[in-house]
Design a protein around this ligand. Structure first.
Ligand code: GCW
Length: 683
């Protein structure tokens, strides 16, 4: 039938004839070696589904370990430490919690395949690693895979409201059918869990951070509990966004002061109630005193007071609090990008043991390019959870092809210099730098009820890449793109490598046609789609594009050096110095940190105005090149998905031009300069 994208990267299409034959002979049955659990059964079922599809063979059996031990052609799954395989200690040394080893083992002159997990989830991840290898064209012969996750909490954050509207969602309504839950259990919930487990995601925050207190009422707890039941076998825990004022909203109290004993008792009882329904409940995500959300500051209390009070309620049950650092205020005259650091830095070291502070990758808001958030490297005494945005709020929604793996890798590999060279953001996040055991990465989901889950075929890659980088923040985005393409479209090398390169270039393209040279936040008001650098009359100054670019006859850019807001001081040496000096600031961040005249000369000798025009034009050229390349690459893809991608690329080219023309026309009007050489003026 027509390819609707529903199966994501878990397609399990039949391999080429000889490969399929060899898989049939080497994967004849699935053997469960440890006592059966829901997770092992899920893993076995997935393995069976995968092998049957890939080998195009007859149905295979799933059996318990027979008395005589494994036989030739078995695929044996189990946790380590059993007596079914030699030298389990060796395996345990090689892998950590959630880790796995997949290996070929000799038996009676033949071989069997062993999938050993350090724990239940490790078995599941090992099974998915084996299926990934097979789908990517590897043979099961002499297979040897071992890996373990580097980050503990690998979570999706759904910005889903209880009426199924998804804030910043471009893939349809929320998956969660709150109205019919808990009675109706959509089979899609299981497919959601499978997809997440396949990339190592182990938790999900079900509701929007702009939270409705109702989600904490008994009725909704029962609904969430049902989802938790579906997800549990797949190693996925449920979390909820908690509205700070819930004790007032639904608890009958007249205060939400975190130091008030009645408030503390209310949250403790609420936690008990939730854990009674969801014994492995993960914890709360909180957006407080941010963009109109209530919070402890209403009572003169700090973010730490607030987070620690909730942490105390959850601690007896093993839950965590993820307290967001996305705070800025319209009444604060301080440069918006400085505010979170200013507010949180003094609280470093005062958070309870089960609190993580969740920080967006950049200090502003999920822009096509931002410097890394200075809280990374600036809060050594606090576990910092990275928050990435999968849904492309500021990057063309689900219509533009933008591979975010490239963006995330750039952020994760940036050196904060917090403890000298090599103190990358990845090392802050995975806990290595400051010795934190509690670690996490969150991704704002791009998933909805659209048949293809993410609103476009290529947006599935962003879900995939997020999981893989959460598993290993030192992962290579290019390698991840390749493995996603192999599983999703085709293993043909003539397709995979050029398509992976296209994906890697797509991020720079969007930066060029939207916000080159460190420009930022010049998207249309409210919806954030399309250009609107001219807007300067919104009620809150820091919502206006003009606040960020400040273009006038004299020049353009935001001075964040010592002569301006001095945001550069929030970075460690030598990063702050590098950003703060015109000699050393990378061109990509020029206008983020500096205000320069239009005739300012960049290192390559071009003037700022010429360079700006060149970058916008280059972005259009890159979008056109992607469209042209897809004409060839798409031939490796089924007609339905090929045409769909092509249609989207048409939109992208058209809108890249819209961005270029609108922005250059606006900046030309501000600067009074001639239309830039070499760029066609808009009609
Ligand atoms: O990017 C902004 C979005 C809001 C969002 C907020 C946040 C959930 O425009 O829609 O609210 O960030 O991250 O809290």
């Amino acid at each position: 039938g027509a390819e609707d994208g529903y199966r994501l990267w878990l397609r399990y299409e039949s391999l080429a004839t000889t490969q399929a034959e060899s898989l049939r002979s080497q994967a004849r049955r699935v053997v469960i070696a440890s006592p059966r659990t829901a997770t092992l059964e899920a893993a076995a079922g997935e393995l069976r589904r995968g092998i049957e599809g890939l080998s195009a063979g007859a149905p295979i059996d799933v059996i318990d370990m027979p008395a005589e031990g494994p036989g030739e052609g078995d695929v044996v799954i189990g946790t380590t430490g059993g007596d079914w395989r030699g030298a389990p200690e060796q395996t345990e040394k090689a892998i950590g919690p959630g880790g796995y080893r997949v290996s070929s083992q000799a038996v009676h002159g033949g071989t069997y395949t062993a999938v050993e997990g350090q724990d239940q989830s490790g078995v599941l991840y090992g099974v998915f690693a084996l299926l990934r290898a097979l789908q990517s064209g590897n043979s099961i012969d002499s297979i040897e895979l071992a890996d373990h996750p580097r980050v503990g909490l690998r979570l999706l954050n759904h910005w889903d409201n209880l009426d199924r509207y998804v804030e910043r969602g471009y893939a349809g309504q929320s998956l969660w059918d709150w109205w019919r839950l808990p009675d109706l259990v959509d089979p899609r919930y299981t497919d959601y869990a499978r997809a997440n487990a396949s990339i190592g995601i182990n938790g999900t925050v079900l509701n929007n951070v702009n939270a409705a207190a109702e989600v904490l009422t008994p009725r909704y707890i029962a609904k969430a509990a049902k989802l938790a039941d579906v997800f549990r076998p797949w190693g996925i825990r449920v979390y909820l966004s908690a509205r700070w004022s819930a004790p007032r909203d639904i608890g009958g109290l007249d205060t939400a002061d975190p130091l008030d004993p009645a408030v503390r008792a209310w949250w403790a009882a609420k936690a008990d109630e939730i854990y009674a329904a969801i014994p492995d409940f993960g914890g709360f995500l909180v957006k407080a005193n941010s963009e109109g959300q209530p919070g402890p500051r209403e009572y003169g209390r700090s973010h730490a007071d607030g987070a620690n009070m909730l942490a105390a309620a959850l601690a007896p049950h093993g839950g965590v609090v993820m307290w967001r650092a996305f705070v800025y205020s319209e009444t604060d005259p301080e440069d918006r990008v400085r505010q979170a650091y200013t507010e949180f830095k003094p609280l470093d070291g005062t958070f309870a043991d089960n609190v993580l502070v969740q920080v967006k990758n950049g200090p502003l808001d999920f822009q096509p390019r931002e410097p890394f958030h200075p809280m990374f490297g600036g809060m050594p005494g606090t576990p910092l959870m990275m928050e990435f945005q999968l849904t492309k709020e500021y990057l063309g929604f689900s219509t533009h092809l933008v591979y975010l793996g490239a963006l995330w890798e750039e952020v994760l590999q940036t050196d904060t210099f917090a403890q000298g060279g090599g103190s990358t953001v990845a090392k802050v996040v995975d806990g290595r730098l400051d010795g934190h055991e509690l670690t996490g990465i969150a991704g704002v989901a791009n998933i909805g009820r659209d048949r293809d889950w993410s609103g476009s075929d290529f947006d599935q890659a962003n879900w995939y890449a997020f999981g893989r980088l959460a598993w290993n923040p030192d992962g290579d985005a290019h390698v991840i793109a390749r493995e996603w393409l192999q599983q999703t479209f085709s293993t043909d090398p003539a397709f995979v490598e050029p398509a992976a390169e296209l994906m890697m270039r797509s991020r720079e393209a969007v930066v060029n046609y939207m916000t080159p040279l460190g420009l930022t936040h010049i998207m249309g008001t409210g919806h954030h789609y399309g250009p609107a650098p001219w807007v300067d009359d919104l009620g809150r100054p820091e919502w206006n594009p003009f606040y960020y670019h400040r273009a006038d006859a004299d020049g353009i850019g935001f001075d964040r050096t010592a002569s301006g807001s001095n945001a550069v001081e929030q970075y460690h040496a030598p990063v702050g110095e590098q950003f703060g000096s015109l000699e050393s600031v990378p061109d990509e961040y020029l206008l983020w940190f500096h205000r320069v005249p239009w005739d300012y000369r960049l290192r390559d000798g071009t003037t700022l105005w010429q360079a700006l025009a060149r970058q916008y034009d280059q972005g259009v050229g890159q979008a056109e090149a992607m469209r042209a390349e897809w004409e060839t690459l798409g031939q490796h893809v089924d007609p339905v998905r090929r045409a769909r991608v092509a249609d989207y690329l048409d939109i992208q080219v058209r809108e890249a031009k819209w961005w270029r023309d609108a922005c250059l026309a606006y900046f030309q009007a501000r600067s009074g300069l001639d239309w830039p050489d070499g760029v066609t003026p808009p009609p």
